[in-house]
Design a protein around this ligand. Structure first.
Ligand code: HEM
Length: 217
């Protein structure tokens, strides 16, 4: 325990925690997007999927517990890592060489903040019913009527664009943090980062857009 805590104080330990919690969060986001694809199969399929999740409380609460640990740990450790890096080099570099992901990397704190705000809004909207139309008996109805409101759809579009940028740099740097970076694999990790972030962004953006254009109704 003491050794683990000592490791957590170091840059390497913190990077590993951000990367591992990031892997859990990416896994959740992919599974969540695939589950939401049931909306394209219609009301019965979507509501059936939502009901099936609740029929296995151990699985639902297991996943919720994992998220409740992974989300705050990811955010807290990322902030403390940034602070540690800044205190290690109080003076800015005179000349910086930009890497492939340098713009999305600089935006990480901002995309992360937008994502957090989006997540709070998303839970208020679809889980607690505090924002927009809410029909607890019929999640498909909540989904469709919510995205028919341009303001709600706009919030989802902004939030999911931020998610895409955050994921792009996150997936790319995950390899480095876990010690799996080598010039031989650089092409692969760039391709994987582009592929995963594009699939998730396009998939998630498709829901509000499909409702607004009447493909899901
Ligand atoms: C357009 C994209 C998305 C749609 C349509 C969507 C839809 C939903 C729906 C229908 C629920 C279930 C509400 C309930 O019955 O309690 C839900 C819950 C949730 N969503 Fe999303 N979601 C989207 C994107 C995201 C993203 C990007 C994240 C994370 C970054 C996320 C995180 C969550 C969480 C944490 C829950 C609560 C799960 C639980 O109740 O345990 N969602 N979402």
């Amino acid at each position: 325990m003491e050794r683990a805590l000592t490791l957590y104080q170091t840059t390497i330990g913190k990077k590993a925690v951000v990367a591992l919690t990031g892997v859990i969060l990416v896994g959740f986001v992919v599974g969540h997007m695939l589950g939401n694809m049931n909306a394209y199969a219609g009301e019965e399929a979507f509501n059936g999927y939502a009901a099936a999740l609740r029929e296995v409380p151990a699985l639902l609460w297991g996943a919720r517990l994992l998220l409740l640990i992974a989300f705050p740990l990811h955010i807290y450790t990322a902030i403390s890592l940034a602070r540690l890096n800044r205190s290690a080099r109080p003076q800015r570099y005179a000349r910086k060489v930009d890497l492939v992901t340098s713009q999305p990397a600089k935006w990480m704190p901002y995309t992360g903040l937008i994502l957090l705000a989006y997540l709070l809004f998303h839970l208020a909207h679809l889980t607690f019913g505090w924002a927009g139309p809410f029909n607890p008996e019929n999640p498909f109805d909540t989904f469709v009527r919510g995205f028919q409101d341009p303001a709600i759809s706009a919030a989802y579009i902004v939030g999911n664009l931020a998610l895409g940028l955050h994921l792009f740099h996150g997936v790319w740097s995950m390899f480095q943090s876990l010690g799996a970076s080598h010039p031989k694999y650089d092409r692969f990790r760039t391709d994987l980062a582009v592929f995963l972030s594009a699939i998730i962004t396009v998939g998630n953006l498709s829901f509000p857009i499909a409702v607004m254009f009447g493909f899901i109704q």
